[in-house]
Design a protein around this ligand. Structure first.
Ligand SMILES: [Zn+2]
Length: 213
């Protein structure tokens, strides 16, 4: 079954936080909670959603500073990131300081577990596939719902353009390979949900990305 997807720009950098809701069971994955958000908390509570996973596209602070807030609300939700981004996670307090942003009091200093490239994560009766797309960070991933033809692309692929590759662990060469990989998987008719900005058809987004790699 395809997911229902909800988007919430969150935190000072307005990174997109998503809820991927399996309508059959009302189980859901919370993706990239960049900050605490009563708005998201309220929606989850009003709609009686059961958060089973907290999934992180990449470990930059603007995509995970809300993990402590949401883990305390949904302690059984599994908090997962790609192994390659565990060192990035560890450097987040300092990285945020460069942007003049303080870590929250309930900051979680490491993830609970990791996922692998190609791993399929079951959420209720729906599934997302993890696709490793390094370049912005070494462990950047996209979460792909093949049935619903939606892809949560983090800071790898934006509606217009690609993520920066000049942060620690970034690589322009890996980014190039990741865009080629995504083009093969997504083709033209997926809808991509990036880490910043609005959604876009995969064909248009990849065309824009190809001009930058
Ligand atoms: Zn980032």
């Amino acid at each position: 079954m395809p997911f229902e997807i909800r988007t919430f720009p969150t935190g000072q950098l307005q990174a997109n936080c998503f809820l991927l809701i399996d309508k059959a069971t009302n189980n859901a994955a919370l993706v990239d909670p960049g900050d605490r958000s009563e708005k998201i908390q309220n929606m989850i509570s009003i709609q009686d959603i059961n958060v089973t996973h907290i999934l992180i596209t990449h470990a930059h602070f603007d995509h995970m500073f809300g993990c402590g807030f949401f883990k305390s609300l949904y302690p059984s939700a599994k908090l997962l990131v790609h192994q390659n981004d565990v060192p990035i996670w560890a450097g987040n307090v300092k990285f945020a300081q460069m942007f003049g942003i303080k870590a929250p009091k309930d900051y979680i200093n490491q993830p609970e577990g990791t996922f692998k490239d190609g791993e399929v994560i079951q959420i209720g009766q729906s599934q997302v596939e993890v696709v490793l797309t390094p370049g912005h960070t070494p462990g950047s991933v996209c979460f792909i719902d093949k049935e619903g033809k939606i892809a949560v692309t983090g800071d790898t692929l934006f509606g217009q353009g690609i993520g920066r590759t000049d942060f620690p662990g970034g690589s322009a060469e890996q980014m190039r390979d990741s865009i080629v990989k995504l083009k093969k998987i997504l083709g033209t008719d997926y809808v991509i949900y990036p880490g910043h900005g609005g959604s876009e058809k995969s064909g248009r987004a990849i065309k824009g990305a190809e001009m930058m790699i």
